[in-house]
Design a protein around this ligand. Structure first.
Ligand SMILES: C[S@@+](CC[C@H](N)C(=O)[O-])C[C@H]1O[C@@H](n2cnc3c(N)ncnc32)[C@H](O)[C@@H]1O
Length: 283
């Protein structure tokens, strides 16, 4: 079959099933399968595709039809200019989370007393490793540690670290449980699970394909902020920073949690859409 016919078939199946951006998604999948870019599909639309490849394309279209996120099907997502392998064991790194990495870059400049000093940064709940790996690539002279409770996620994070030639030390741990309190950090950053338990059923079918472990923040969505704010104090150097990504409606509650735990200079930052998505405190 010709490229143009394979594509048209795929797009039709997706459109008939009300899958958003069907045209773009079908092209991305076929281009990825052929190891080419989307422009190639247009300039070579008369080219014949082997039956085997066509079958694999159809299987991937079926997965999209079943609301599997495109990123899990092509096994990649771009974040901070780096490419990350992703599958159903990790949350797909979100463009909004780039704001948190940018904030940590600013905090690292504030933290460093002199240019020779090596900073220690911990990323809790690292998932695919997107935050930790980007920090390790973008901040000079820093030692980056990262942890997650999920062994499957950590395997992926380690693979992403190797692929991106980053330097991150990974721990399998329930938050701080396996991290010795002899370790001290200048910055602890986290994008923890923060969805209210009873809201999970209302999420889109695609988001519901992401690991529940990455989404469920307990009854009011704030469990992880409470646990991390309480324990991070023992692991932060004097004047060290704790930086969180938060849900759009969690600013006041998370600021209050930091205040109750003795943090100072607490502030929040908005994303480009005007939503409060980051809260930072200093100990
Ligand atoms: C919202 S995802 C964030 C992933 C990644 N940091 C990002 O921003 O794309 C939350 C992560 O927390 C991990 N997690 C859940 N419970 C945990 C726990 N008790 N201790 C450590 N990590 C946990 C999940 O496995 C998941 O990878």
């Amino acid at each position: 079959m010709k490229i143009k016919d394979v594509l048209l078939n795929g797009i039709k199946i997706l459109k008939d099933n009300d899958i958003e951006d069907s045209n773009m998604k079908a092209k991305i999948i076929l281009a990825d399968l052929l190891g080419k870019n989307k422009e190639y599909l247009i300039s070579h639309d008369e080219e014949e595709i082997e039956d085997g490849l066509n079958r694999i394309f159809q299987e991937k279209i079926e997965r999209l039809k079943n609301y599997e996120p495109l990123q899990y099907i092509i096994n990649k997502q771009e974040f901070m200019g780096f490419e990350f392998y992703v599958d159903e064991n990790v949350l797909i790194p979100q463009p909004d989370t780039e704001n948190l990495v940018e904030e940590v870059i600013l905090l690292s400049d504030k933290s460093r007393k002199n240019l020779k000093e090596e900073l220690r940064i911990l990323d809790l709940c690292t998932g695919s490793g997107a935050i930790a790996i980007s920090i390790s690539k973008l901040i000079k002279k820093c030692l980056v540690y990262a942890s997650d409770i999920s062994k499957e996620a950590l395997n992926i994070a380690e693979e992403n670290s190797t692929r991106n030639a980053a330097n991150v030390l990974f721990f399998e741990s329930d938050l701080f449980e396996k991290i010795s309190s002899l370790y001290k950090f200048d910055i602890i950053v986290s994008n923890p699970p923060y969805i209210e338990k009873n809201m999970i059923e209302t999420l889109s079918e695609e988001v519901k394909k992401e690991p529940i472990l990455a989404l469920d923040g307990g009854e009011d969505g704030l469990d992880f902020y409470r646990r991390i704010a309480k324990d991070a104090k023992k692991y932060l150097n004097v004047n060290g920073y704790l930086a969180f990504e938060i849900g759009y409606n969690q600013k006041l509650a998370v600021k209050q949690i930091l205040k109750e735990n003795g943090y100072k200079n607490i502030y929040s930052r908005k994303d480009l859409g005007g939503n409060d998505r980051i809260v930072v405190g200093q100990i």
